[in-house]
Design a protein around this ligand. Structure first.
Ligand SMILES: Cc1ncc(C[n+]2csc(CCOP(=O)(O)OP(=O)(O)O)c2C)c(N)n1
Length: 369
């Protein structure tokens, strides 16, 4: 960093910082890995905002402002680091994302306004991802190459090679990123993803991610898969792979950086498994109570930043209060917005095709930009 330059304005700008000189050289360490204090503070703020969003979302599901909650509290460290490293944009020159329903911190780090998440949860017609028709966290955004999230688990894995093939043909260094859970990795779709991504001399630029929280709803992972690590599934295909502590922001940042560089440069797949916590159980259907036995990635990074002197308790408190207020305000806005009309239930569900001569009258209109 240029010594004369001020640290960039933005998310970390409100934080108490060490002196100019010490800040430039300060790093947060974890084992043999490190990231700059400045980067760690930016990641931390994304994590805090994502947690505030999820905690408010859970409250909505309990208070009757929403019907169902599912989301990513516990995955903020890994998912914020992921969102910050995505090449965001539309079309083959940018990264494609096939996400699942726990990626709120990824979207927060990419720049999603909180209100959009709450619009989908409150099922308003203003919901930009599904017009109030899908579950929360089921993002879809053409401007950011986000393929619609499916409630049918693991299907995203088998779709990912499709966008990666298109990207490889166009010759850009953009990649496809696909995320899912450990139980979803038991589906044939996951195996198909590995197979299609690793065909000899036709390898595809897919970053295959498994966030392993050790459960499929209530079924423990180790009762279903004999392999100790999901990432070992890459071995027979010759796919490069790594398993990391996804509760560790330093490890997450560096592993995602390494994996993305590999996929971009070599145009080949990489399987990254991140062991994460599930802080509020599976969904509102199982009560969404806080699981205090699980490691909290926010507390972990907070402690590292405090130990370094890059942040103090008062600044942390202020940041959390600010994030909560942002979430509260976004909810007030979202719940006041209109709901979809019953008469429009089929609208946007079926697009015309040049080949569709059988049911020409079924076209119900595409969402307007
Ligand atoms: C094909 C399919 N089978 C079953 C379900 C029901 N279901 C919803 S979430 C889930 C567990 C998924 O666990 P995992 O893939 O580990 O992800 P996690 O929710 O733990 O992040 C199941 C079985 C589903 N939605 N789709």
């Amino acid at each position: 960093m240029d010594d004369a330059a001020e640290p960039p304005e933005g998310p970390a700008s409100s934080l108490r910082r060490p002196t100019r000189q010490s800040f430039d050289s300060a790093v947060v360490r974890s084992g043999r890995e490190a990231i700059s204090a400045e980067l760690a503070l930016t990641i931390f703020r994304h994590m805090v905002r994502a947690r505030a969003l999820e905690e408010r979302a859970i409250k909505m599901s309990k208070s009757g402002e929403a019907y169902f909650w599912i989301g990513g509290p516990g995955e903020e460290a890994f998912n914020a680091c992921l969102g910050m490293q995505v090449r965001v944009g539309a079309g083959p020159a940018f990264d494609f994302l096939h996400l699942h329903y726990r990626n709120s911190a990824t979207l927060i780090a990419m720049g999603m306004p909180m209100v959009d998440h709450f619009r989908q949860l409150a099922m308003t017609v203003t919901d930009p991802f599904s017009r109030g028709r899908n579950f929360v966290g089921h993002y879809a955004k053409a401007e950011w190459n986000i393929i619609p999230v499916s409630s049918v688990i693991a299907v995203q894995y088998v779709m990912a090679p499709g966008t990666a093939l298109m990207q490889k043909r166009t010759g850009e260094k953009a990649i496809t990123i696909v995320c899912g859970g450990d139980a979803g990795s038991a589906e044939g779709d996951f195996e198909s993803c590995l197979l299609w991504s690793s065909r000899p001399k036709q390898e595809l630029p897919v970053l295959v991610i498994v966030t392993n929280n050790r459960f499929g709803i209530s079924t423990p992972h180790d009762t279903q898969q004999a392999l100790k690590q999901v990432a070992d599934r890459a071995l027979p295909y010759g796919i490069s792979h790594e398993t990391i502590d996804g509760n560790d922001a330093v490890a997450s940042w560096n592993a995602i950086d390494r994996a993305m560089r590999y996929v971009r440069t070599h145009q080949k797949p990489f399987l990254l498994e991140a062991n994460v916590s599930r802080l509020h159980g599976h969904s509102s259907s199982s009560g969404a109570q806080r699981q205090h036995v699980e490691i909290d990635c926010i507390a972990k990074l907070e402690q590292s930043l405090m130990d370094l002197g890059a942040i103090d308790a008062e600044t942390v408190r202020a940041m959390k209060v600010e994030a909560k207020a942002e979430a509260d305000e976004a909810v007030i806005q979202a719940v006041g917005e209109p709901k979809p009309h019953a008469a429009d239930v089929e609208w946007g569900t079926y697009a015309p095709s040049a080949y569709d001569a059988v049911y020409p009258n079924d076209y119900t209109g595409l969402p307007q930009a």
